[in-house]
Design a protein around this ligand. Structure first.
Ligand SMILES: [Zn+2]
Length: 405
């Protein structure tokens, strides 16, 4: 059998090569401005940082200014000659990312701008598994429409939407299993895309929460695990300042007790049965689906309930056992307690740290710090919005092509 012969266009065309080089230099320059984290950066600092010539930097800066991706931030600092330099920073208008999220008791929508600042955050009550998936997704689509209009009123154009789903996701679209909601094989991406009229990407909520905490954290926070307890307990891993791709993060289904109770996943003795927020409440004989479980637990602790303190103690031990298994495999120096756990951190940290110090081999010479995650329950929706703007932050050329006259 012979293969059909295709004529291949010559790839040595000078114009194409020059376009490629221009696009590459523009990405290189833009990355320096993004990396400055809103601290104004001068044209000469850009030339030093990229190794490009001053005229090339000037041309690129003019192009980014004309496209509205960056702004002149005024004389930011003085050079060695004492001459004031005009600082450049990311614009607060232009492209924006939209995130959608489903958490215990609520739906939420969030818009972030190019700098990663939250510009719109909206919530709507949600009755959990009593609501059919179609109805939930229609409510999320309505919130997305409202968020897009709010963003437009602020001079922002939503360029992408990501939905943070509480369970494993296949092909950035299909939610395979979300036990807290009773979802199985719900194609949330296809449904939301049809309802909103634009492509909606679906990601796992714990992974997106980790992305949110990575952006929100200090520059020193480079190797950490973020454990999110909102519905299903999940964990995201960040190594060398970047998310670990390919990590499944289903921490809730790590076995902590071989003789433990059956889990919704079909196995027995899963962490979820001991440290899930609803399971902590149930162990203390209290569960009110109308109240976010972390808030309900907090209220019981404040009222001095011995049953909830015992349930939290048991949860902390189980969480510490499961996290230790993870920390024996990846080298991180920090564990962030995220999602609903961030509100309960003061009752969990001691137990988690105790288990880590006993079970993680390297903890003897390299201690691991456990602390509440700064964004807490909002991390997943903010991370989803950041994921949506990330393509422009990485490569502004597509936005430029869209805005060029
Ligand atoms: Zn399980």
């Amino acid at each position: 059998m012979t293969r059909p012969v295709h004529r291949v266009a010559p790839t040595t065309d000078t114009a194409i090569r020059q376009d490629g080089l221009r696009a590459h230099n523009l990405i290189l320059t833009f990355q320096q401005i993004v990396g400055a984290r809103q601290a104004p950066i001068s044209r000469s600092e850009l030339a030093t940082g990229t190794g490009l010539t001053r005229p090339t930097i000037s041309r690129i800066v003019d192009e980014l200014l004309a496209a509205g991706l960056i702004v002149e931030a005024g004389p930011a600092r003085s050079g060695s000659s004492g001459r004031p330099r005009v600082g450049l920073s990311l614009a607060r208008t232009g492209p924006a990312g939209l995130g959608l999220d489903l958490r215990a008791g609520a739906l939420s929508a969030c818009v972030v701008d190019l700098a990663g600042a939250v510009r719109h955050l909206d919530f709507a009550a949600h009755a959990g598994r009593e609501v059919p998936p179609g109805e939930t997704l229609a409510s999320l689509a309505a919130m997305a429409g409202k968020a897009v209009r709010a963003a437009a009123a602020d001079g922002l154009t939503v360029v992408g939407t990501t939905f943070a789903a509480p369970g494993p996701v296949q092909d950035d679209s299909l939610v395979r299993f979300a036990p807290a909601l009773g979802w199985r094989d719900v194609d949330a991406g296809a449904t939301l895309s049809a309802l909103t009229g634009s492509t909606v990407v679906v990601g796992n909520d714990a992974a997106l929460a980790t992305l949110g905490e990575l952006y929100a954290g200090s520059a020193e926070l480079r190797d950490f695990v973020c454990v999110s307890g909102e519905f299903d307990i999940g964990a995201g891993v960040v190594l060398a300042g970047g998310p670990l791709h390919g990590s499944r993060g289903h921490l809730g289904h790590v076995m902590v007790d071989g003789d433990g109770p059956p889990c919704a996943c079909g196995a027995t003795g899963c962490l979820q049965g001991y440290a899930g927020l609803r399971e902590i409440l149930a162990a203390a004989g209290a569960d009110d689906p109308a109240v976010a479980p972390a808030v309900a637990i907090d209220a019981l602790v404040s009222a001095g309930s011995p049953a909830i303190l015992a349930a939290l103690d048991r949860a902390a031990t189980a969480l510490g056992v499961a996290v230790s298994a993870l920390l024996n495999l990846v080298e991180v120096d920090t564990v962030l307690l995220g999602g609903g756990y961030s509100l309960l951190a003061s009752w969990l940290i001691e137990g988690v740290e105790r288990e880590i110090s006993q079970r993680v081999l390297s903890a003897r010479w390299s201690p691991v710090q456990v602390r509440p995650a700064p964004l807490g329950p909002d991390a997943a929706v903010i991370g989803a919005a950041l994921n949506s703007i990330d393509q422009v932050r990485r490569d502004p050329n597509r936005w430029l092509a869209h805005t060029r006259p």
